[in-house]
Write a new protein. Structure first.
Ligand code: PMP
Length: 391
């Protein structure tokens, strides 16, 4: 059996991380994987999460099986977090706890394959490295559309031109905020145009929101999703708690379907549950229980998240200021208006390799770097190295 397996090379991100770990240079810098790091280079556990875990350990509740949709209180709180407290759309939403944002994407992929087997899923170019593999693994066609910066938002005309072949029932995957890898987010006007495009072409948006709270704030970052939900009968959403609660390895997320009316919700939920059932049965309880306590201390959570967001944003500003002051090409200044952890440096794969080989600075060959992986103290050295390889 095993000799029939395809021969695979290492995953580009995790393969590069292994290379980084094997690099003996003490001054090496890891800008590869999308995790938040503080000034000491650690990915901290939020205090609000530590307190939640202490509370859970003290009560040591039962580990008996939970319902197929996971933790019902978590599902309700996530729906409110995404759609807004008191939103009328809450009545039309079916939400199920998933194994991280990745689990939500795959569950929705399986759901689309079940409901609309011939649908093409349109993903952004550049885009998240795992989108295509996830939807192809669900048996769906995947094609790309252009995602480029224009003024304060994206070039919607270019995007729509590259969607010329989209058919009714196709799925348009959009990053809800903090686009990975480009950091380029739609403006409010762009979201209105995206909604109009979906309505006109009968295309269903799937919002992948893995960085809620990392752009402008918890409510602000959900504005695009909420706009689409108000404007359209059907919106799919894959949300992750990995970054905004720092629960990366606990694997917590949610798949939400905002349906045309509440009458279809029970059957929609049963179908989602059934897809989970044949895969992992039910999602893990621990992280959802932690998240419920975090939701009950929302002010504390929002304050910790704001500190993280502000740190990344100030790193971004200092990085751009430093690049400007030492004469880096003007194209680097586009990084200023990007949102979230990522940006694509305007460097070629060969220049990215030189950054690694000559300076021990590790980013993807595509130019993607995790700004949150920079320490303020490293910025002068990194900017200097960039100017050298860009020359
Ligand atoms: N979508 C995007 C755009 C992401 O960047 C990520 C994580 N890097 C995910 C989904 C998956 O998140 P999770 O780790 O919760 O599975």
């Amino acid at each position: 059996m095993l000799h029939h397996l395809p021969i695979l090379s290492p995953d580009p991100i995790w393969g590069l991380t292994a290379e980084f770990q094997a690099d003996p240079r003490p001054e090496k810098i890891d800008l590869i994987v999308g995790v938040y790091r503080d000034e000491t280079g650690q990915t901290p556990t939020l205090n609000v999460v530590k307190e939640a875990e202490r509370q859970l350990a003290a009560t040591a509740g039962s580990k008996a099986y939970r319902p197929l949709a996971g933790n019902a209180a978590f599902n309700a709180s996530m729906t409110r977090l995404l759609l807004g407290d008191g939103a009328s759309s809450l009545e039309r939403a079916a939400t199920i706890q998933t194994v991280g944002g990745t689990g939500a994407l795959r569950l929705l992929g399986d759901f689309i394959k079940l409901a609309q087997p011939e649908a093409t899923v349109w993903t952004t170019d550049p885009g998240y490295i795992n989108h295509r593999p996830i939807f192809e693994a669900a048996g769906l066609h995947v094609r790309d559309y252009h995602w480029r910066q224009q003024a304060e938002g994206i070039d919607v005309e270019l995007a729509f031109n590259s969607l010329a072949d989209a058919r009714p029932g196709d799925v348009l995957l959009i990053h809800g905020c903090c686009h990975n890898p480009s950091g380029i987010d739609p403006s409010a006007e762009d979201w209105a145009e995206i909604a109009a495009f979906c309505a006109k072409r009968d295309v269903v948006p799937l919002i992948d929101i893995a960085y809620l709270g990392f752009g402008l704030g918890l409510d602000e970052d959900a504005a695009g999703l909420r706009h689409l939900v108000e404007a359209l009968p059907l919106v799919l959403c894959a949300a992750s708690c990995s970054k905004n609660m720092g629960l990366y390895c606990d694997r917590l997320g949610a798949a939400m379907i905002v349906a045309p009316n509440s009458g279809v919700l029970a059957n929609t939920t049963r179908n989602l549950e059934n897809l989970g059932r044949t895969n992992y049965s039910m999602p893990p309880e621990h992280a959802a229980a932690v998240a419920n306590i975090v939701f009950s201390a929302k002010d504390q959570w929002a304050a910790e998240l704001a500190a993280i967001r502000n740190r990344v944003s100030s790193l971004r500003t200092t990085f751009c200021d430093t690049l400007e002051s030492i004469g880096a090409p003007a194209s680097f200044q586009a990084l200023r208006q990007h949102k979230g952890m990522f940006s694509i440096l305007p460097l070629s794969p060969a220049q990215m390799q030189r950054l690694r080989a000559e300076h021990g600075i590790y980013g993807s060959n595509t130019g993607r770097v995790n700004i949150a992986g920079l320490r303020a103290a490293d910025i002068p050295m990194v900017a200097d190295a960039i100017v050298k390889v860009a020359a």
